[in-house]
Design a protein around this ligand. Structure first.
Ligand SMILES: Cc1cc2nc3c(=O)[nH]c(=O)nc-3n(C[C@H](O)[C@H](O)[C@H](O)COP(=O)(O)OP(=O)(O)OC[C@H]3O[C@@H](n4cnc5c(N)ncnc54)[C@H](O)[C@@H]3O)c2cc1C
Length: 417
């Protein structure tokens, strides 16, 4: 039997391999990295059915421009004369409309709820001990009047769309954090969100797949394809060719380059973010987003991870300490008694979010190639949507009906742009 090749061993690639293996496929996962650290290992670990509004939305452009002026702000585009970046920015601008948001909501809601259910099924099958899954909801905290207005507007939209949501006063927020003073006006609570430890999930899945006979190949770069009339026959790598039955492209922010090898356009940019883990003292209990700072806070017992910033950049390896300082300084702004020390360089994690210009992932069959599918471009929701993406791709490969509406995620939607 020829294998199905998954290009990219981030969380989306691993969940794709997981569901393909369950379907009885022989699977090889290829990754150009070490399969230890990538965008999927140090993120905030949040599973967010509440996130029904895509990144490309009204207000993002004006906010983005004002943020560009501060070196510590949560959003930055590294200016450069790059045709791909200019095209991406134009598409992002065009998509940042109320109409796009309204159109996207049913699609994001459908896939997000499906993915949360798959996480619950996963925990039921594998147990929770390994991945620190905490089904405790998510708090969106705000300090300012404008922040409050924005979040309450969003809570109305979520409610209309059938998402469970509660508006909490400062006192009610404080009840959820009994050990720690929280200096906010209030917060929005999404009880159906959850969080887990991304690194532990990643390590667990890798081990599970290996035990099931899935081959995981690290430090192997995909450089091209051997193509027939409408099928890919082999994947070309830095160490030779591998014949294949099908190809699943889950290459994160590099998926646009793979699409180019296959002769079509898939606009994608890397949105770099940082995170660091600190001792959790006094202990925070509730995963939260510090909304004005765009900083995430995910507690794991005696440790807590803070993360944030979105730098549209092509430099995956560099660390901008000013932006990390921006994250760090926001901690005492919201939690004045939190005992935080600025992290050492080797404690700072960085990852490139795969960002499409409309804030929606690319999921499904590739244009032209019958045996190629993509699962990429999940931006801030890759961990959250990984099980659903993997399951959908495995079902498509097997010719099974897919329950989730996929039209908005079409892989070829920018082919002719
Ligand atoms: C600070 C921060 C916080 C975040 N918090 C959350 C959160 O709370 N919840 C959430 O859902 N998401 C969150 N995200 C986003 C999430 O991390 C990403 O969406 C997700 O990790 C993307 O997974 P992926 O598998 O698509 O890509 P990746 O993890 O980037 O994996 C892609 C892999 O493809 C490989 N690859 C690329 N090109 C090739 C090639 N040519 N040949 C071989 N291999 C190749 C790469 O080496 C890489 O390992 C956060 C991101 C950041 C930065």
């Amino acid at each position: 039997m020829k294998p199905t090749i998954v290009i990219g061993g981030g969380i989306v690639g691993l969940f794709t391999a997981y569901y393909l293996q369950k379907e009885g496929e022989e699977v090889i996962v290829i990754d150009k990295g070490d399969l230890e650290e990538n965008c999927s290992t140090g993120n905030a670990g949040m599973i967010v059915p509440s996130h029904i509004v895509p990144l490309a939305s009204p207000g993002m452009i004006s906010k983005g421009i004002s943020w560009m002026l501060s070196s510590k702000s949560p959003f930055y585009i590294q200016p450069r004369l790059d045709r791909r970046l200019i095209e991406w920015c134009l598409l992002f601008y065009r998509n940042s409309s109320a109409k796009h948001v309204q159109k996207s909501i049913p699609f994001l809601k459908g896939i997000s709820l499906f993915s949360k259910q798959l996480y619950l099924d996963f925990i039921a099958e594998h147990g929770n001990g390994k991945i620190n899954f905490q089904d405790k909801g998510l708090l969106m905290l705000y300090k300012s009047k404008e922040g409050e207005q924005e979040e309450i507007e969003f809570s109305h939209l979520a409610k209309q769309s059938g998402i469970a949501v509660e508006v909490l006063s400062r006192k009610e927020v404080q009840k959820l954090e009994p050990n720690q003073e929280v200096d906010v006006r209030g917060g929005i609570y999404f009880p159906d969100d959850a969080h887990l430890s991304p690194k532990d999930l990643y390590q667990y899945l890798k081990q599970y797949l290996q035990n099931k006979g899935v081959k995981l190949k690290s430090n192997l770069n995909v450089t091209g394809f051997e193509k027939g009339a409408d099928e890919v026959q082999a994947v070309l790598t830095t160490e030779g060719r591998i014949t294949c039955k099908q190809v699943m492209v889950c290459a994160g922010s590099w998926s646009g380059e793979i699409a180019k090898m296959l002769g079509f356009k898939l606009p994608m940019m890397g949105g770099k973010g940082y995170s660091f883990v600190l001792p959790n003292s006094p202990q925070l209990m509730q995963s939260s987003i510090l909304t004005e700072a765009r900083v995430s806070q995910s507690p794991y017992g005696d440790k807590v991870r803070f993360g944030g910033t979105m730098e549209i950049s092509n430099r995956a390896d560099s660390i901008n300490l000013n932006r990390v300082r921006g994250i760090y300084e926001s901690i005492s702004n919201y939690y004045p008694k939190f005992e935080a020390e600025f992290p050492q360089n080797d404690q700072i994690w960085k990852g490139m979010r795969p960002c499409s210009p409309d804030g929606l992932p690319y999921i499904g069959k590739a244009p032209k190639w019958k045996n190629v599918a993509f699962g990429a471009g999940h931006s801030m929701m890759g961990l959250s949507l990984a099980p659903a993406t993997g399951k959908i791709l495995a079902d498509l490969v097997k010719g099974k009906a897919v329950d989730v509406k996929l039209a908005a995620f079409a892989v070829g939607r920018y082919t002719h742009y």
